[in-house]
Every structure is written in structure tokens, then in C-alpha cells.
Design a protein around this ligand. Structure first.
Ligand code: UD1
Length: 388
């Protein structure tokens, strides 16, 4: 390894992380293939925390997205927030010390993101946060706590949209740490546009183009309380009596359905399936009449496809999907009328937001090179760590 090498520890742990690291890893490789001997190169180590471990929650994304096997798997598994975060921290600390990276690159807002950021910051390693600055301003959401703490500690905040920059500035994060790079999820989406096996999952589930509602729900706020989840099951059964519904059921949701003994009404057109892979999910999103979700990623993917999306949450950390895209917030009380309204129209609302262009990973590569090559001013006491 030459002294022009930038050593990166790239962290992934849970399902929504994998489509964010895939384009990044490819962009680092592409950069290495293009530059000559004297220029900076990247040496990446991929660390899988094991937060998600089932084949349908993890392995399928590695194979579909062409991600090589992780260099290190921390194998932490499930647990309460404290137990899972602590397990990741304990397992990552010696790995981080041994790898001695110039940067720890974290993505998104899951417990793995927070845990590895805390470890890196305390070991004096610089942290680059991809998808920084998103805020729901709702601290009952565990991800919001993960976002706020990660951004407070990160040295380079790579943001997807202007609103994220504004949020960070309001929290006193200095400008020189913030870089607007665009939406990394869309890099994966764009790379798979011509590769979506369009039709096959639709055929498998006997669904017609624009002829079904695609549902994903897994947030604790929607699925962890019996009363809320049973109201959702009743609403979905009702809509399925009139319009086909396809619902890949997240393990958290499935275990709550089982625990509460809930059942969908028998004669409805509801296809309950186990968690599905990335390409099938993209195909279902693209061809749905409407998406009903509480997932951040699906709010963005439906916006890209201009598929109407109803988000079953009181807020979103991705407001651009509402102001520019095809997303609207809904709640159990208005769900039936909101869905009826979506089903009544064949519109493709909204537009694709700026920097959702498939080139975000390239901009991240450049941002990391700029940090190395052209030092920006480092105000004293700014908390910005320079490599030793
Ligand atoms: C996590 C993320 C959430 C993300 C979601 C995507 C946090 C705080 N939450 O939530 O932001 O939207 O992933 O899926 O990081 N389980 C399995 N197999 C697995 C993984 C989990 O069966 O491979 C079950 C376990 O019973 C576990 C439960 O699902 O207790 C929840 O998993 P966990 O990672 O704690 O949270 P998610 O709800 O998946």
C-alpha cells in the first residue's frame, strides 16, 4: 500500500444500507482503475455488522447488487436498541483499531450507523456520513436519534438534498463539513433500471401493471401496538376486497401479527409474501397503482418512478419526496379515503428531485479526495479531526 492510499472502513448492517454501499464500493473501484500510480487510491474494507442476518434481509442484496462478501462480519444479530448498539460497538472497536482506517464511512440511520460512528469518533477516526442531515424532528423514532448523534460526530456530512444542508446548519454544523452530493439510493436504482426482471414478480403474484397497491410496513410506531396494527390489518383487508394488495411482510411485522393473533379478512385479494429482494421491490414500486409504506427508501423510489405514494407516518425526514415527488403523508383515520383517491386516478404525480441522477457515488469519491488533497480551513475547536 502506498502513502497515497486512503484506507476506508465501509459499514453496512441492515437491509436499507446495502443499496447505499453498493454504488459507493463500485465508485471506489472505478476510481482505482482509472488513476495512475502517483494518484490517490482507495483501499476499502467492508464491515457487515450482522444487524440483519436472514438471507432475505441480507444475502439476497449482496448477490443482486453485486457486492463482494464482507471482509469482516461482526455477526451481532438482533436485540433491544441498547443491546444491539452495544454489541456492535464492542465488536467493532478492535476491528477499527486493527484496520486503522483514514475514514469510517457510514450510511443511513440504523443502529449500525450510530454504533460504528461512536466507536470511530472515540478512536479518533474520521467519519464520513452518507445521507447526512435528514430530520423528521420526531425523536420517538429511533432512527432520528441515530441521525442526530451521527451527524453531531461526523467529520464529513454528505447530504442528499438542500433541506438536509439547512437542517445541519440549524444544528450549528459548520459549512466546511457539509457537502451536497445527492441521493445515493438512486445510484443503485439507476444502475438497475434496465435489469429489473420487470414482469416476473408481477406474473408470479398474478398482478397487472398499475393494478395493485404495494404495501410495506415495519416501523415500531405502526406495528408494535396491537390496536394500531389491528386497525391497519382491517384497513388493508377492506381495500383488498376491492383492489389487489401485495404485502411483503417484514420479520418484525410478521412476529407482531403472530403475537397479536391478527388475521386478514379471507376473501380479499391480499398477497402476503415473505420479504422480497431489491429488483422485485423496484419492479413492484414501478408498476404499482399506489405504494403504501413507512419505509424511507420506498418514499424515494416511488418518487423516482412517479408512482403515487402514501406514507403511513405523521412526518417524514425526506420532505423533498412531498414537495417535489409523489409522496403524501397519511394516517389510519384518513387511510381509506386517501387510498380511494389514489386508486381513482391514473396520474403519475411529481418530478424527480435534483441530484437524483445516479452520480452521487462519484461525487462522494471526489469529496473524500478533496478532503485529502485540498485541506479546507480547519477552524480551531471545530471538532474536525485531521489524520495524524
Ligand atoms: C431496522 C432499522 C430501520 C430500518 C429497518 C429495515 C434501526 C433502529 N432500525 O429496523 O431503520 O428501516 O431495519 O428493515 O436500526 N429480524 C429477523 N431477521 C433479520 C433481522 C431482523 O428476523 O435478518 C427480526 C428480529 O426479530 C428483530 C426484528 O426483526 O428483533 C427487528 O430487527 P431490527 O434490526 O432490530 O429492526 P428493524 O425493525 O429491522
Amino acid at each position: 500500500m502506498t502513502d497515497t492510499t486512503l484506507r476506508l472502513a465501509v459499514i453496512a448492517g441492515a437491509r436499507p444500507n446495502f443499496m447505499k454501499i453498493a454504488p459507493l464500493l463500485k465508485a471506489f473501484q472505478a476510481h482505482n482503475a482509472e488513476v495512475n500510480e502517483s494518484e490517490a487510491r482507495f483501499a476499502c474494507q467492508l464491515i457487515h455488522t450482522g444487524q440483519h442476518y436472514d438471507a432475505r434481509m441480507s444475502d439476497i442484496f449482496f448477490s443482486e447488487l453485486g457486492i463482494a462478501a464482507p471482509d469482516v462480519n461482526l455477526d451481532v444479530g438482533s436485540g433491544s436498541h441498547a443491546a444491539q448498539t452495544a454489541a456492535i460497538m464492542t465488536a467493532f472497536e478492535p476491528v477499527c483499531e486493527r484496520l486503522d482506517p483514514d475514514w469510517v464511512v457510514v450510511v443511513g440511520d440504523v443502529n449500525s450507523t450510530l454504533a460504528c460512528t461512536l466507536v470511530a469518533a472515540k478512536l479518533g477516526k474520521r467519519v464520513a456520513h452518507v445521507e447526512a442531515g435528514l430530520r423528521s424532528y420526531d425523536r420517538s423514532m429511533p432512527e432520528e436519534i441515530n441521525r442526530v448523534v451521527t451527524d453531531a460526530l461526523a467529520d464529513l456530512l454528505l447530504t442528499p438534498s438542500e433541506d438536509a444542508n439547512e437542517n445541519l446548519k440549524k444544528e450549528g454544523i459548520p459549512d466546511f463539513k457539509i457537502r451536497l452530493v445527492g441521493n445515493i439510493m438512486i445510484d443503485s436504482l439507476v444502475a438497475h433500471l434496465s435489469n429489473q426482471r420487470n414482469g416476473s414478480i408481477l406474473d408470479q403474484l398474478e398482478l397487472e401493471d398499475r393494478g395493485y397497491v404495494y404495501v410495506t410496513l415495519h416501523r415500531p410506531s405502526n406495528v408494535d401496538q396491537r390496536e394500531t396494527l389491528s386497525a391497519i390489518v382491517a384497513e388493508l383487508s377492506d381495500i383488498a376486497s376491492r383492489f389487489p394488495v401485495v404485502f411483503p411482510v417484514h420479520p418484525r411485522t410478521q412476529s407482531r401479527i403472530d403475537e397479536f393473533g391478527l388475521q386478514f379478512a379471507g376473501d380479499g385479494e391480499i398477497r402476503l409474501v415473505p420479504p422480497i429482494g431489491y429488483r422485485d421491490s423496484l419492479a413492484l414500486t414501478k408498476h404499482a397503482r399506489c405504494v403504501l409504506t413507512d419505509s424511507g427508501g420506498l418514499q424515494e423510489e416511488s418518487t423516482y418512478f412517479q408512482t403515487p405514494c402514501l406514507t403511513l407516518r405523521p412526518n417524514t425526514e425526506r420532505p423533498v419526496t412531498i414537495s417535489i415527488g409523489s409522496n403524501r403523508l397519511t394516517c389510519i383515520e384518513t387511510l381509506r379515503t386517501d387510498l380511494e383517491e389514489c386508486l381513482a386516478s391514473d396520474n403519475r404525480p411529481g418530478q424527480i428531485p435534483p441530484l437524483w441522477d445516479g452520480k452521487t457515488a462519484e461525487r462522494i469519491v471526489q469529496a473524500l479526495l478533496d478532503q485529502r488533497n485540498g485541506p479546507r480551513a480547519t477552524p480551531p475547536g471545530s471538532g474536525f479531526r485531521r489524520p495524524a
